[in-house]
Every structure is written in structure tokens, then in C-alpha cells.
Design a protein around this ligand. Structure first.
Ligand SMILES: *[C@@H]1O[C@H](CO)[C@@H](O)[C@H](O)[C@H]1NC(C)=O
Ligand SMILES: *[C@@H]1O[C@H](CO)[C@@H](O)[C@H](O)[C@H]1NC(C)=O
Ligand SMILES: *[C@@H]1O[C@H](CO)[C@@H](O)[C@H](O)[C@H]1NC(C)=O
Ligand SMILES: *[C@@H]1O[C@H](CO)[C@@H](O)[C@H](O)[C@H]1NC(C)=O
Ligand SMILES: *[C@@H]1O[C@H](CO)[C@@H](O)[C@H](O)[C@H]1NC(C)=O
Length: 498
């Protein structure tokens, strides 16, 4: 309580002293008011959050099924994704919403255990395959491009048994799955995202005990997960290029989530170091010229490991072979942006020894000056979005960026003016970045529908469409923001008078 109050007081103090050096919760309009002609607008969802049918027609259990069933008390409202928006049964309602919005693409994820119930490809479930064929075919028949995430957190229980991302076995287990996806759907799917938000997967699931599989081994487990996950991603990309690209001609990328950071003391070195930890850990191996983890992480974590009396670093180099597999293993960078943080270097070691927190060693606070969403972590900081895109332009060779998520949570009001305001300012941030030469080609709003927000259950609403959760028919109703977004797409600009 007191520490929270101190954060608030620091927040107020900062607001009066370094506003110009950082941002003021709003954003300037710069340059052309139009998104480029071939810029693509879409919306996103993920399987566990919308599909329901958790054991329908032979689907196997994922770690999120097990987790929510075993620990309902760890979900804010005690709910789970057993039925959610029932998209498995009611996809036609989603299709209608997508058509009404006029989106160019729809980003959804495939539930691994819906098509391979144990996770292994000898457990093929035709009903699950039929479902995704139907989704893809209906999208294409309506001129909507499918953008498919292969893995959005719902690890098969049958694979997690052997360690999931903490065992190098995951490389062949995932490759087998990926190869089947390319064979089954690659004739029609031209945009693939291997993995959604490694930061959440590895820090939440293997570092802390926030998410399944609750490894709770920060400073070791999280880095092990990042390492294996990067190998999975790199190997999947190479598989596509060597066996499928010639015929299928698609793009393969990964969706990274990052909170941009502002320095409380206006220290550029702190910003660069913090971004190397939060973002470079994943982006540097894939998108930099030299590959491997950022040199500063290898050096610092190597040194700490030696000081701890270890024989090896907790974050070893990827080595020559894997560095070359992973370097350049993406046709685009998928970016999920929601918010930014304030950081300040810490004089005292932080967190447990060892831990990611201790390696990172910044005091990280939210910006209490800015509007706050329903989610406790989400403050509207559009300038951070523009600055992040420019950081990518300058540090990662202006790689093509597709925004794969961006959105705002509230309590579910249909008259969602604050969501519209968030979208206006964040679309402006993207437009400013494009006008400044950033290679951003797509924007994907999170989310099409109100859905199961993992730890927050159904309490936080991110949808452009509301879902009637008390009705078996789960009727979808467009919110004001759905009409707003439709106008954005139609005019390729931001309707400020909306
Ligand atoms: C922050 O640093 C930049 C350059 O390093 C400088 O131009 C600016 O005046 C500084 N702002 C504050 C508030 O110290
Ligand atoms: C995680 O591990 C720490 C010790 O490193 C322990 O104090 C904490 O209770 C564990 N949390 C959970 C949820 O298991
Ligand atoms: C940042 O940290 C330094 C030293 O760790 C401290 O002196 C300073 O007061 C902090 N600044 C803010 C704005 O928290
Ligand atoms: C944008 O990215 C694409 C794909 O990587 C590349 O071909 C193009 O040259 C880039 N454009 C700019 C302006 O850098
Ligand atoms: C939701 O559905 C229930 C049951 O069909 C109905 O009684 C209720 O009016 C609906 N709520 C809204 C907001 O439409």
C-alpha cells in the first residue's frame, strides 16, 4: 500500500520535471494523414480465448485447460476457456463481424491439441482439421486474408509432460507440428506467426509462477525457455524455406510483445540497456546483423553466473550453428504493443538471486499520469509506440513490421469512447512512424471479440464486439469502436471527428 503510494508520488514528481524529455500521454500529428495504399488492417484473436469446445470432437487438453481447471482461484473471476465465445461452434458469427468491419486480414491461432490431441502428429483429429479448413476457406471466400499463429500459449499437456520449452525436445516436437500445418493449410495461408509473445511464455511460465507450466525458476528457467523457443522458431522458418516456400510463397514471422521504456532520469544508456533485456533478448538473435543474444546480456549474465560460482552462464551464447539458423529467420517482425513503462536504475540488487529481475535491475513503474485501462498494467502511452517503431527502424535495419496486436480494456460498455481514443492516438503513432520512414505494413487490433483474457478471465473486455456470455447463442454486438474501426479501414485515415 505504502509502496504503491510512493510510486504515485514519484509519478507526480516526474510529471512535473521530465515531461518534455519523455512524453505527455498524447501524441502530435505529423505528415500525411493517410496510411499507404497497400497498408493492411485486421483484427486478432487466439484459440483458447475464443473457441470454447475445450474437449469437443476429440480435442486434447492444453496446459491452459489443465491450469484453469486445477487453479480456478488463480483466475480473477474463477472462469476458464471451456466455452468462451464458442467460436468453435459459432465461427459464422465471427465471419459476419469480420465482414462488417471490412478487415483485410484476420489473425487467429490454431489450437495444437484440436488437431493433434496429444501434441504428437500420430494423434491426428480430422474434426479439428475440418474446423480450421472451414475457417480459412470462408475467410478467403470473403476476401479476408488468414494470418495464422501456430502457438498462442496452449501447449499440449502431452508435450508439456516432457518439459515443453525447458527441454530441447521441443524443437523436433514443434517442427513435426509445424510441418503438418504447412502441409494442411499452407496452400491457402500465406502469413504465418510461429509463436505469440515469448516474453509472456518464458517469463510468466518458466521464470515466475504467473502462468502454466509454473516452473518458477527465474534467472535460469526463463533463459532456457527463450533459448529453446528461439531454436524452435529458427528451425521452423528454415523448414518452411527449404520445403514449402517454393510452392507456397508465404511469409513466416514471430510476434514479440514489448513495453517501451522511458527513463526517469533521462538516461539514454538506461533506455538502450533496458530494451536489450526486454526486447533485444529475442529481437537481436533474429533481426540483428550479428545474431545471438545482445552482447551486453551475454557479458553481464556471464559475469553474474561466474560470481555465483557457476561453471556455465545462465544465458549461454547460442553458438555458431544456432546463431546462423536463427539470424534472419523471419520475413517480418510481428509486434504486440500495449503500453510503456518508466524505468530507473536501482542502487540495490533487486529480486531473488538469481532472477531475471536481478539481472535487469531497474525499478519499473507505470505512468500514472496517463489514462488507465481496466487491466492494471495498461496505461495509454502512444508516444512509446512511435518511439518503439523508430527504435526498430534504427536498430533492426528497418525490417518489415506488422503490428499484430494493440488494444484497450474496459468493463464492456458498448459506448466505448475511451477505446476509440486509444485507437486514435495509437494509430496516429503508427502513422507518424510510417511518415518517418518506418517499414510498417499492417495493423491488427486486439481484439475482434470480448474474450477470455487468461489471468483476468472475462473481467477485462478488449473487443470491438461484445459477446452475450449468458446466451447459448453468444450473440455478437458491435460496439461504437467497431464502427470507428470500419471508418478507419474505409478511409485509410483516422476519423478524428468520430
Ligand atoms: C534529456 O536529454 C536530452 C539529450 O540527452 C536533452 O536534450 C534534454 O534536454 C534532456 N531533458 C531533460 C528534461 O533533462
Ligand atoms: C516460487 O519460488 C519461490 C522461491 O524461489 C517461492 O518463494 C514461491 O513461493 C514460489 N511460488 C509459487 C507460486 O510456487
Ligand atoms: C532514480 O534512481 C536514483 C539512484 O538510484 C535516485 O537517486 C533517483 O532519485 C531516482 N529518480 C527517480 C525519479 O525515481
Ligand atoms: C521493408 O521491408 C521489406 C521486406 O523486408 C523490404 O523488402 C523493403 O526494402 C523494406 N522497405 C524499406 C523502406 O526499408
Ligand atoms: C443475452 O442473452 C440473454 C439470454 O438469451 C438475454 O436474456 C439477454 O437480454 C441478452 N443480453 C443482451 C445484452 O442482449
Amino acid at each position: 500500500m505504502w509502496s504503491l503510494l510512493i510510486f504515485v508520488i514519484i509519478g507526480l514528481f516526474v510529471s512535473q520535471n521530465s515531461v518534455d524529455a519523455t512524453h505527455n500521454c498524447t501524441i502530435l500529428t505529423k505528415g500525411s494523414p493517410y496510411f499507404p495504399k497497400n497498408f493492411k488492417f485486421g483484427v486478432a484473436t487466439s484459440a483458447y480465448q475464443i473457441e470454447g469446445g475445450w474437449n469437443a470432437d476429440g480435442k486434447g487438453p492444453s496446459i491452459w485447460d489443465d491450469y484453469t481447471h486445477h487453479y480456478p482461484e488463480r483466475i480473477t473471476d474463477g472462469t476458464n476457456g471451456d466455452s468462451a465465445a464458442e467460436s468453435y461452434r459459432l465461427f459464422d458469427l465471427d465471419l459476419k463481424a469480420l465482414k462488417d468491419l471490412g478487415v483485410h486480414h484476420y489473425r487467429f491461432s490454431i489450437a495444437w491439441t484440436r488437431i493433434f490431441p496429444t501434441g504428437y502428429i500420430n494423434s491426428k483429429n480430422q474434426k479439428g482439421i475440418d474446423y480450421y479448413n472451414d475457417v480459412i476457406d470462408k475467410l478467403l471466400a470473403n476476401g479476408i486474408e488468414p494470418m495464422v499463429t501456430m502457438y498462442h500459449w496452449d501447449m499440449p499437456v502431452g508435450i508439456q509432460k516432457f518439459g515443453g520449452f525447458s527441454n530441447t525436445l521441443i524443437i523436433e516436437q514443434f517442427l513435426d507440428y509445424a510441418e503438418e500445418l504447412f502441409k494442411l493449410f499452407g496452400d491457402r495461408v500465406k502469413t504465418w506467426i510461429t509463436i505469440n509473445e515469448p516474453n509472456e511464455i518464458c517469463k510468466g511460465g518458466y521464470g515466475t509462477a504467473r502462468s502454466p507450466p509454473l516452473l518458477n525458476a527465474s534467472g535460469v528457467g526463463d533463459y532456457m525457455c527463450f533459448t529453446n523457443l528461439l531454436k524452435v522458431h529458427g528451425a521452423t522458418y528454415r523448414l518452411y524455406r527449404s520445403k514449402f516456400f517454393e510452392k507456397q510463397r508465404g511469409q513466416v514471422g514471430i510476434s514479440l510483445n514489448v513495453d517501451y521504456v522511458f527513463s526517469q532520469t533521462n538516461n539514454t544508456n538506461d533506455v538502450n540497456r533496458a530494451l536489450d533485456y526486454e526486447f533485444g533478448l529475442l529481437a537481436h538473435p533474429i533481426y540483428s546483423k550479428f545474431g545471438d543474444f545482445p552482447p551486453i546480456l551475454l557479458k553481464e549474465i556471464g559475469k553474474s553466473s561466474r560470481n555465483e560460482g557457476r561453471k556455465r552462464s545462465r544465458l549461454p551464447s547460442l553458438g555458431t550453428y544456432w546463431t546462423s539458423v536463427i539470424k534472419g529467420s523471419a520475413d517480418f517482425m510481428g509486434m504486440n504493443y500495449y503500453t510503456s513503462m518508466f524505468i530507473n536504475s536501482s542502487t540495490e540488487p533487486r529480486g531473488e538471486n538469481p532472477s531475471y529481475e536481478r539481472d535487469y535491475n531497474y525499478v519499473s513503474t507505470v505512468d500514472t499520469r496517463c489514462p488507465k485501462a481496466k487491466s492494471f498494467w495498461l496505461y495509454a502511452v502512444p508516444q512509446g509506440f512511435e518511439d518503439l517503431l523508430k527504435y526498430i527502424r534504427d536498430h533492426y535495419d528497418n525490417v518489415e513490421v506488422k503490428i499484430t496486436e494493440n488494444g484497450w480494456s474496459d468493463s464492456g460498455d458498448l459506448d466505448d469512447n475511451m477505446r476509440i481514443k486509444y485507437y486514435k492516438t495509437h494509430l496516429q503513432a503508427v502513422l507518424n512512424a510510417i511518415n518517418d520512414g518506418c517499414n510498417v505494413t499492417a495493423y491488427t487490433a486486439w481484439s475482434l471479440l470480448d474474450n477470455f483474457q487468461f489471468h483476468a478471465g472475462f473481467i477485462e473486455h478488449f473487443g470491438l464486439y461484445a459477446v452475450n456470455m449468458t446466451s447459448p447463442n453468444r450473440e455478437r454486438t458491435p460496439k461504437k469502436s467497431a464502427h470507428f474501426y470500419n471508418k478507419v479501414i474505409k478511409t485509410r485515415s483516422i476519423p478524428y471527428d468520430f
